[in-house]
Design a protein around this ligand. Structure first.
Ligand code: AMP
Length: 302
């Protein structure tokens, strides 16, 4: 089973209270693909510039990610500069350079068009829809976005959301998109835009899922050494969609398990800068942490 993703492949310059990196590998589609590659076959759609080094391409290939949809264009790779203060739940964007994404015209390879599981990672909603239109018969479409697009392209984002089944979104962005401060009301309002399931990511407080069958709450794994939260949301989505694509079924039970796998992947991501933790992550560690999540939340009935 395979899983298609469109999103950013980037150079990130990030500063947290624990250190900083310059022009490190990042991007929503990169974090997503690497995380999802532990669960399923991933097909990546994105663009990079001439400045993108081969070592990053080798890393994607080593994880068996299909990069036939990764274009290389004349120009510079997307760049994001961000900063986190001691409240690591809140990223502060200092600079966003779309570069080659500004004129990106995604053209899906023929082998991608029958893919059933699709993730529209954080990128221009116009590109998200352009990619989705080329997929013949998607079974599950999930999507992510951020304040940058909520503010710059609200109309286009609402158009994309009409075709989305599941939206993953940060707490603050859920409030901004819905114009509701209460999260339950915010989720209900966003459902009227299209998605039937809303997963609100709450950083170190975990994730909340809202759907017609109720609400599910997952904690975040308590970690002592959080260094860099960049990519936690995309790693969450990678584990989440990766599991759903692997078990080939979208029902409440699988969605709940997928949320825990998403939380597992996010918890590994934050343990180091850029994708450094993912570079040494093993399948065994993922399974072990999934079990630890179960122990963290299980309790007996009265
Ligand atoms: P998150 O998982 O929410 O921490 O996403 C972090 C990633 O999003 C970083 O690696 C950035 O390169 C990427 N990013 C930041 N701003 C944007 C944007 N406006 N569009 C697409 N990707 C972005």
């Amino acid at each position: 089973m395979s899983l298609l993703v469109v999103g950013s492949v980037a150079f990130d310059s990030v500063e947290t209270p624990f250190g900083k990196v310059e022009d490190a590998l990042g991007g929503s589609a990169t974090y997503f693909s690497i995380a999802a590659s532990y669960f399923t076959d991933v097909q990546l759609v994105a663009v990079v510039g001439r400045d993108f080094p081969d070592k990053h391409i080798r890393f994607l290939k080593k994880r068996k990610i299909d990069i036939s949809g990764l274009q290389r264009a004349n120009g510079k790779t997307f760049r994001w500069k961000g900063k986190y203060d001691f409240d690591l739940n809140q990223a502060h964007t200092i600079d966003t350079r779309l570069n080659v994404f500004a004129s990106f015209n995604p053209e899906l390879p023929e082998t991608y068009r029958n893919t059933e599981y699709v993730f529209l990672a954080n990128i221009d909603p116009v590109l998200q829809l352009q990619v989705l239109r080329q997929v013949k018969n998607p079974k599950l479409v999930a999507c992510d976005t951020m304040n940058f697009w909520i503010e710059k392209k609200p109309r286009e984002l609402k158009e994309t959301l009409k075709y989305v089944d599941i939206l993953t979104i940060n707490e603050a962005e859920a409030r901004e998109l819905s114009k509701e401060s209460n999260l339950v009301k915010a989720a209900r309002r966003i459902m009227t835009f299209g998605p039937e399931v809303i997963i609100v990511k709450r950083g170190e407080y975990g994730a909340l899922m809202f759907s017609d069958s109720g609400i599910f709450s997952a904690p975040a794994y308590p970690i002592e050494s959080v260094f860099d939260p960049t990519g936690a949301g995309d790693s969450f989505a990678g584990g989440f969609m990766g599991h759903l694509s692997r078990v080939r079924g979208v029902n409440d039970r699988n969605i709940r398990q997928a949320i825990i796998f998403g939380s597992v992947m996010a918890s590994f991501d934050v343990e180091d800068f850029s994708l450094n933790r993912m570079k040494r992550l093993t399948a065994r560690e993922i399974e072990d942490r999934f079990k630890e999540f179960k122990r963290l939340t299980v309790f007996e009935d009265l």
